[in-house]
Ligand binder design. Structure first.
Ligand code: C2E
Ligand code: MG
Ligand code: MG
Ligand code: MG
Length: 286
């Protein structure tokens, strides 16, 4: 590390490191205040049908509009918020805001192809004793139907404490809310294990999609997962599609849904309606 670094370089490295640590600590202490000051905002990334690229859902992705440091992505604060508990307040706000937003889009265009909003739920948030009640209350407050909500949970959540988690997942599904396993493939769960879990959707992690055009093995693996998931009645969303060739390959494999920069980056709410206009008969739209 220190090799090739002059003495000045080493000192600069140390002070950069100290600076980064101070910044992290500062952010951490500002998180609770940020909730009260309503400094969080949402972007939405389209989830499309691979066959015709129509938008069927959007994923809500939280950002922190920091008064000094500008717009910060989840990488900068979600882990810290999970550790100090701020994620409970942030997560509740995200769910309420996401539901308010989809209710508004649905009201503006009742025939929209947009069916649901997908909301990330952190393990700590899911494990709160009243989580199911929070979901119910957020739906009611927004006047949103349960089918409009897809909750994204992690593999690690369903692997630990399975009994309590399964109970809550069942309660959510009884409400009509659907559940997805996010970043599938990065944890240690197997598809056969997942089948015992009351979930509806698998979101196949970007790391699986990256190499499908260059690695025959990776292509075969993803194809096998898509086939098995289909046989288990799980819908599959491929994450992180960046190239037209990946869309085509996944479509051919029978993967129905996808998300990624190839279709759209996360967008501000105002930019969504243009993408989700209700389908018009071809003859009329000409
Ligand atoms: P995720 O749930 O897997 O969300 C997808 C992430 O991949 C997003 O990053 C999105 O911008 C990015 N992405 C989508 N398509 C592409 C692509 O084609 N290429 C590349 N390179 N990236 C792509 P983002 O917004 O930075 O979010 C990162 C993670 O932060 C999310 O991963 C999720 O785990 C977490 N997160 C975001 N919002 C929330 C939230 O409200 N609550 C909680 N607990 N976690 C959240
Ligand atoms: Mg997600
Ligand atoms: Mg994901
Ligand atoms: Mg991911």
């Amino acid at each position: 590390l220190a090799k090739g670094m002059g003495k000045g370089g080493w000192q600069r490295y140390q002070s950069d490191l100290a600076h980064a640590m101070v910044q992290r600590l500062e952010l951490r202490t500002q998180l609770h205040e940020a909730i009260e000051d309503e400094q969080f905002v949402l972007q939405f990334q389209p989830i499309v049908e691979l066959a015709d690229q129509r938008v069927t859902g959007v994923e809500a992705l939280v950002r922190w509009q920091h008064p000094v440091r500008g717009l910060l992505g989840p990488f900068h604060f979600v882990e810290a918020a999970e550790e100090n508990g701020a994620i409970l307040g942030i997560g509740d706000w995200v769910m309420r805001e996401a539901l308010r937003q989809i209710a508004a889009w649905k009201a503006a265009d009742p025939d929209t192809s947009l069916r649901y909003v997908s909301v990330n739920v952190s393990p700590r948030q899911f494990r709160a004793p009243d989580f199911v009640e929070q979901v119910r209350s957020a739906l009611a407050a927004a006047g949103a139907r349960p089918e409009w909500l897809l909750l994204e949970v992690t593999e690690s959540l369903v692997l630990k404490d399975a009994d309590k988690v399964v109970q809550d997942l069942r309660a959510l599904r009884a409400l009509g809310v659907r559940v997805a396993i996010d970043d599938f493939g990065t944890g240690y769960s197997s598809l056969s294990y997942l089948r015992q879990m009351p979930v509806d959707v698998l979101k196949l992690d970007k790391s699986f999609i990256d190499d499908i055009l260059t690695s025959r093995q990776q292509h075969a693996l993803v194809e096998a997962i898509v086939t098995l998931a289909g046989n288990l009645d799980l819908a599959v969303v491929a994450e992180g599609i960046e190239q037209a060739g990946q869309r085509a390959a996944l479509d051919t494999m029978g993967c129905r849904y996808g998300q990624g920069y190839h279709f759209a980056k996360p967008l501000w709410p105002a930019d969504i309606p243009a993408l989700i206009e209700s389908p018009r008969p071809a003859a009329l739209s000409a």
